[in-house]
Design a protein around this ligand. Structure first.
Ligand code: NDP
Ligand code: MG
Length: 383
């Protein structure tokens, strides 16, 4: 039995992970779950799966959670520090990092230091501190298995290959709800329109990131670190159907792709079961009566993608600045404090204003994150 923790069990990835675990009860045991504040769903999950440990970050909800959990043997912890130190709570083989944004950073580092394998959904962690995380992985006995569908695809394409034969990674993008639209159109889009993704149902933050193409930008950085490739060897291509989840081109010109219906349970299941492929009865892709299309992304209209490539090229603390500024502007856009295109101009401004550090240590990255948030918030006040 593989003993699993799901951080962010009440979110889109978390809920789908629990579904995968439930379907494979004979090989997976859910030992720890966590949420930020959704105590009702967390209690429901605890009563159903009977994990050893439940963590709620928002301490004001712990009493309500306690009342709803029926088994007194389940240990309940609360506060951000409990999430950061989750590995102390019970013995674990794997953690699914399905929390959103920067909140995944310290728990991921903690997992690596404690030699727990990571099924990584929380891409922001690799964007903030990719180089530092890679170094930690090299010095410990923990594996990172990608959950992001594109990275799971690349990981599968590279299976059994010599990584020196890799020529380039071709990262596919759906293009989001505003594919093909121009700047004038983007000037007027509403939160509701941005939250309406054509192919995937996801949490709010990543849905907005998909509409601005920042999600693809974060994924470019995630791929650079996960697969240790030069940024020049990563291409982004728009593929509106989201059937090809990404591809790898080798030095002989061969391209290997991974295809399937857009369903996050697939990459989740692959990461949890790795190196075994588990069976399921999810919908199969049918080549007849369907078509696969491709377009070039417009870097001029979707400036975030350009900013992400630039930050990836610069490395140092630049991706950390990009991520922190993005988290703040997305949250402000969702609250209707700023308009759609303000997001990218504020991120660009933050990247120009916050001091660049070429080889930051973790403390310097945490400080960069703090300073960027402070600066970005001050910019938003002027809007
Ligand atoms: P959701 O917003 O749906 O869920 C986020 C989860 O994290 C919830 O359980 C939430 O708890 C918890 N959480 C939120 N903020 C905090 C915090 N500050 N501290 C601790 N816990 C917190 O997000 P998604 O599931 O969509 O995304 C999760 C991660 O996976 C992101 O990094 C995203 O980029 C990545 N990802 C998601 C995909 C998807 O299809 N959804 C695809 C590929 C990657 P609560 O419910 O209490 O708020
Ligand atoms: Mg993805």
């Amino acid at each position: 039995m593989r003993k699993i923790a799901v951080l962010g069990s009440t979110g889109s990835i978390g809920i789908q992970t629990l579904e995968v675990i439930e379907k494979n009860k004979d090989i997976f045991n859910l030992d720890l779950i966590s949420a930020n504040s959704n105590y009702k769903l967390l209690a429901k999950q605890a009563n159903k799966f009977q994990p050893k440990v439940v963590i709620i970050c928002d301490s004001s909800k712990v009493e309500k959670l306690n009342k709803l959990i029926k088994n007194s043997k389940i240990e309940i912890f609360h506060g951000e520090s409990s999430l950061n130190d989750f590995s102390k709570c019970c013995e674990l083989d794997m953690v699914v990092t399905a929390v959103v944004g920067k909140s995944g950073l310290i728990p991921t580092i903690n997992a690596i230091k404690n030699n727990i394998d990571i099924a990584l959904a929380n891409k922001e962690t690799l964007v903030i501190a990719g180089r530092n995380i890679l170094d930690l992985v090299k010095n410990n006995n923990s594996k990172i298995l990608p959950v992001d569908s594109e990275h799971s695809a690349i990981f599968q394409c590279l299976n059994g290959e010599d990584e020196r034969d890799l020529e380039k990674i071709i990262l596919t993008a759906s293009g989001g709800p505003f594919r093909g639209k121009n700047i004038d159109f983007l000037n007027t889009v509403t939160v509701k329109e941005a939250l309406n993704h054509p192919n995937w149902e996801m949490g709010e933050k990543i849905t907005i990131d998909s509409s601005t193409l920042m999600n693809k930008g974060l994924e470019v950085i995630e791929a650079k670190f996960l697969f240790d490739v030069d940024i020049k060897n990563i291409d982004v291509i728009i593929h509106p159907e989201s059937i090809i989840h990404s591809m790898v081109q080798f030095k002989d010109g061969s391209i290997i792709a991974q295809l399937g219906e857009p369903d996050m349970r697939l990459p989740i299941q692959y990461a949890l079961g790795y190196p075994k492929r588990l069976s399921n009865s999810y919908k199969r892709y049918n080549f007849i009566d369907s078509s696969l299309n491709f377009e070039k992304p417009c870097y001029k209209t979707f400036n975030n993608l350009k900013l992400a490539f630039e930050a990836a090229q610069k490395e140092g603390n630049a991706p950390c600045i990009l991520n922190a500024a993005n988290e703040i502007v997305v949250s402000a856009f969702l609250k209707e404090k700023i308009k759609f295109l303000d997001m990218t101009s504020i991120i660009e401004d933050s990247l120009n204003k916050i001091s660049y550090i070429a080889n930051p240590n973790l403390d310097q990255l945490i400080e960069t994150d703090r300073l960027t948030r402070e600066y970005t918030n001050s910019m938003i006040k002027n809007f």
